[in-house]
Design a protein around this ligand. Structure first.
Ligand SMILES: Cc1ncc(COP(=O)(O)O)c(C=O)c1O
Length: 470
């Protein structure tokens, strides 16, 4: 939206040298536009007003405006005024061509939610309710562990929907799941832990966080039953990070016997399990598996996030911390100097209390289920020798490629047309493990906006065709 300097009272700091007022006005405006201090679309004051403010002749200001218009930095409409140009740049500059392949205007990376589904109206109403009800004290610094109404609302919600054992006191609100694992990993390291097991395929940025916390990664292979727990004893690790409800990104659940093995491993040696329940609410087949944490609340840190159900833009996640680790985790958070902003927390509490979170998840579940089904239909028709793998759940699945088609070729063919889609190898924790599963694409069917979903699927079919012949 255009910003009107004159009407809005928008202030601009211009240093005008008294001995060369006109030249320094021109330089000052040019600098402010180049640096972005004056944003594209900002309306400049009428030359008459600026002339009075600066104590120079109106004609001089008009000449400066005229020169900047000629350079393409400003735009003038007769009788209407003068604006900073949409793309202020000297007219003589030639613009380098933008390569479509690096622009990615469609994104099918695993795990991204549909941003266009964010419940803007309900969230704005919850913000209004939260702010109206908040005491002055509530608008101070948020407590390290999170605000009390949100901890209580999350404990109730997670017990009800995921079977988690959680008293409000065990809940710690964090800046997403990413912050939570950093805190837990630092706590493990401070107690002398050195090694953490991670799934053979997973989120690279999470692995980076663990390494930055000082832990050594021990990748453990995953198969159709999830993480291969029989390797844990030999791995000699202090903790395990895994996605039991819906392995990311292979899409399988951790089998019942592996869950039991994992709990026994933790109980035997005191190891810590970190459960990433990033999309546990999105099971489409009514056979939702409850949280692993319920089997061993003393040994499992349960982590969740609003990044899939609401938006990563909120930057909010939560952990349920075993009692023997709570002080350690809070100590790490205190030392990190980070807190989650209180207004967002109070809003999320109001959103949960009103049932808006449940409603949002229910709506999204239906829409993601429909997308998943449509994806299967399109692939059955367009690439019948490729197979859709992974639970009917979440925001992503695997597409096992036809024999002879390589992941890298599909990614490259898609990228040439502006579609980002990654192969399974891109998620491998250890290059030596990449290739232990059939070549597959990780398809995040949640991310494209609804009106471009069909286009995205058609591009996947086309990319496989190109990779097949190429
Ligand atoms: C496997 C997995 N876990 C957790 C998250 C959520 O992380 P955060 O809460 O930091 O957005 C994501 C988000 O992409 C994810 O893919």
């Amino acid at each position: 939206m255009a910003r009107d300097w004159a009407d809005s009272g928008l202030d601009l700091h211009l240093v005008v040298d008294r001995t060369r007022k006109v030249a320094s006005l021109e330089d000052g405006l040019r600098d402010a536009i180049a640096s972005g201090r004056l944003a594209p679309g900002t309306r400049l004051p009428p030359s008459r007003t600026l002339a009075v403010d600066l104590g120079i002749a109106r004609n001089s200001v008009a000449e400066v405006y005229g020169r900047l218009v000629a350079e393409g930095r400003l735009e003038a409409r007769v009788g209407a005024g003068t604006w900073v140009a949409d793309r202020p740049m000297p007219r003589t500059v030639t613009i380098a061509p933008v390569h479509r392949s690096t622009r990615f205007d469609l994104d099918l990376r695993g795990g991204l939610p549909d941003g266009s589904a964010f419940p803007r109206t309900a969230w704005a109403a919850a913000t209004h309710r939260a702010l109206s009800a908040a005491s002055t004290a509530a608008l101070g610094y948020a407590p390290t562990e999170g605000v009390e109404p949100l901890r209580a609302a999350l404990a109730e919600y997670l017990a009800r929907t995921r079977g988690v054992h959680a008293a409000p006191d065990a809940v710690v609100v964090t800046h997403g799941f990413g912050e939570l694992i950093g805190l837990v990993a630092r706590a493990v390291a401070r107690r002398g832990g050195t090694r953490i097991a991670v799934e053979g395929y997973g989120h690279a940025s999470h692995r980076d966080v663990l390494v930055a916390a000082g832990l050594e990664l021990v990748p453990v292979p995953v198969d159709d039953d999830g993480l291969m727990t029989d390797g844990l004893d030999a791995a000699s690790v202090d903790a395990v990070l895994l996605t039991p409800a819906h392995q990311f990104p292979t899409g399988v659940p951790l089998s019942a016997s592996r869950r039991a093995d994992l709990v026994h491993w933790a109980q035997r040696g005191g190891g810590l399990v970190i459960e990433d329940d990033y999309d546990g609410e999105y099971r489409f087949d009514r056979r939702a598996i409850g949280a692993l944490q319920a089997l061993a609340p003393e040994h499992v840190v349960y982590g969740g996030t609003a990044s899939k159900s609401l938006s990563p833009a909120l930057g909010i996640g939560w952990g349920i911390i075993p009692p023997t680790w709570l002080d350690d985790v809070l100590g790490e958070r205190r030392r990190s100097g980070t807190a989650t902003d209180a207004i967002t927390q109070l809003t999320l509490a109001a959103f949960l209390e009103a049932g808006d979170y449940d409603r949002t998840v229910r709506t999204l579940r239906q829409s993601y289920r429909a997308r998943r089904e449509r994806f299967e239909e399109v692939m059955a028709a367009g690439a019948p020798d490729a197979s859709v793998r992974g639970l009917a759940a979440g925001l992503h699945c695997l597409l096992e490629l036809p024999a002879g088609v390589a992941e890298a070729d599909v990614s490259a063919a898609a990228a040439a047309r502006g579609l980002r889609i990654d192969g399974l190898a891109a998620y491998a924790a250890d290059p030596a493990l990449a290739g232990d599963r059939p070549p597959s694409m990780v398809v995040g069917f949640g991310a494209p906006p609804a009106h471009r979903f069909e286009e995205a699927l058609a591009e996947v079919v086309r990319a496989i065709e190109v990779a097949r012949v190429g």
